[in-house]
Design a protein around this ligand. Structure first.
Ligand code: BT5
Length: 259
């Protein structure tokens, strides 16, 4: 992977600017700094290695050299998109899941921000927003995908089982092609961000449907039940043991199958 190859492969997409690093702390940090310098909508930062990759709540994201796809997109929401900001995590998750499904594996979205194959995490998404008063200035979408087996962290680092595309496909996917597919898919899905069709597409790809799951959030008590769908704002609806619908809002949510 290098900047020339990336620019060539991405040249037909209506992107802002593209930056590539062989090694970097975190592509999200770079994108946030770049966004403060007025970089245009759909600018992308890609790195071959991250030495300080971040998950939510500053958890670590493992990105060893040459094994993974790690990138961040600077999105500048339009006025029409602003009422739907909570759907942006769905936009990113759908773009990744749909692109991975073209390669074969049954990729599904573990709400809100993980992509699973065979119930193992193959991708994590980190969304960070920058506000100017009441208005959102930009949203940085960070995506980390385990491509080669070497990208999967050691078991003691994991709260949830992990996998890679190589392990699931029996061969490595081309990282540059995968990136192009994801960006193309995101650009197309974005035109439908506020529609019912978008919500339905997101719902259809949710993982763990039909299974009993447990959801823990920082603020709310633990909820056990089955996934029943999404609210229009993208919140998760769970039908609990009493048959009541409990809505789980975004935040630090931990969703897991109750084995
Ligand atoms: C996430 O957080 O899953 C979001 C990860 C986002 C990473 C991308 S890479 C490009 C961009 N730049 C960044 O600095 N970040 C973004 P969370 O749901 O909090 O999950 C973090 C947890 O996943 C960790 O505590 C580990 O248990 C586990 N983990 C770390 N690295 C992993 C990997 N490569 N594959 C699977 N699980 C991993």
């Amino acid at each position: 992977m290098n900047l020339n190859e990336l620019k060539k492969s991405l040249s037909r997409l209506p992107l802002g600017d593209v930056r590539y690093f062989e090694t970097i702390g975190s592509t999200n940090d770079e994108a946030l700094a770049w966004a403060a310098d007025d970089t245009p909508d759909l600018s992308v930062v890609i790195a071959d290695e991250q030495t300080a990759g971040r998950g939510r709540l500053n958890r670590k994201w493992f990105t060893p050299r040459g094994t993974a796809l790690a990138f961040s997109i600077v999105l500048r929401p339009t006025v029409d998109e602003r009422p739907h900001l909570t759907r942006i995590v769905g936009l990113a998750a759908l773009a990744v899941a749909e692109s991975l499904r073209k390669h074969g594996p049954d990729a599904r979205i573990k709400w809100p921000n993980d992509i699973l194959i065979q119930n193992r995490k193959v991708c994590g998404i980190l969304i960070e927003s920058v506000w100017s008063g009441e208005d959102v200035d930009c949203v940085v979408i960070g995506v980390g995908i385990n491509v080669l087996e070497g990208s999967v962290p050691p078991g003691e680092m994991l709260q949830f089982p992990a996998t890679s595309l190589e392990a699931e496909l029996g061969q490595a996917a081309d990282r540059v092609e995968l990136l192009r597919d994801i960006l193309a898919s995101l650009i197309e899905l974005r035109t439908r961000l506020g529609t019912d069709e978008f919500l339905k597409q997101w719902e259809d790809l949710l993982a763990l449907q039909g299974e009993t799951v447990q959801v823990e959030t920082e603020k709310n008590p633990r909820v056990t039940g089955q996934i029943s769908g999404l609210d229009p704002d993208g919140s998760l609806k769970i039908r609990n043991e009493h048959g009541e619908i409990v809505t789980v809002r975004f935040g630090d949510v931990r969703l897991r199958p109750l084995a």
